[in-house]
Design a protein around this ligand. Sequence first.
Ligand SMILES: [Zn+2]
Length: 248
Amino acid sequence: MKNVRIDDIGASTKHFNQWGKKRFSFKGLTYFYFPWANYFFLKRHWPFKGWAKYDELTADEWQKYLKIFEEHKIKPIVAVTASWVDEKSNLIPFPKKFPEEASVLKKAAGEKKIIIANHGLTHCVVGRHLPYLRHSNRKMHREFWPDLPNELHRNHIVESQRMLEEYFETPITILVPPGNVWGEKTYEALRDTNIKTVMANRYMLDSNKPMVGIEFVKDDNFFACHDRDFKLKGAKWLYKKIKELQNE
Ligand SMILES: [Zn+2]
């Protein structure tokens, strides 16, 4: 059975990545097109809401889901963003912003029930992450764009590794680049860390160069989902998904 990977834990992208769905299609045919879907509040509401806003999973919700995983002998990879970026571009460390949730995950990781992965320091381009009045800000909710400076890649990788390893008291060996966006500068930054695997649905954006000492694992090997799925769809959805995975 494919393993499960859950992204976006601790990322403020769940509040600020606001964009509206303009095109509504069925079997490849557009049946409704609404060019103003990104205007003002529309992008936050059904049926236009493309991503945000939803809340972080609570400690209790995690307990419930961890129990389901345990019952099914699944050891999910939980991809944590090391800090929450607030409205004023402050970076708040995950254990400080969500202490109860963090402690549940730390305990589960200590008991080898989950594997913690690095999902970036910020998940976004800090300072460009707030919702726009009339446009989608989705692009700004990726962290490792190849055209961002070398220093940024390095600092974000080193700092997120430091924070996650310090709190979870274990080497972090997997990077899940936010939004599958990463490049040569990201790879270079990984070389002095404990990262041994990059998981994404595509290889580096700007290079086909093979990596030394780091393995690339494509998303096809996983059932990759987001905390958003758990928050919005709940346990019933998870049971159904697990059943599907078992039957695959
Ligand atoms: Zn993400």
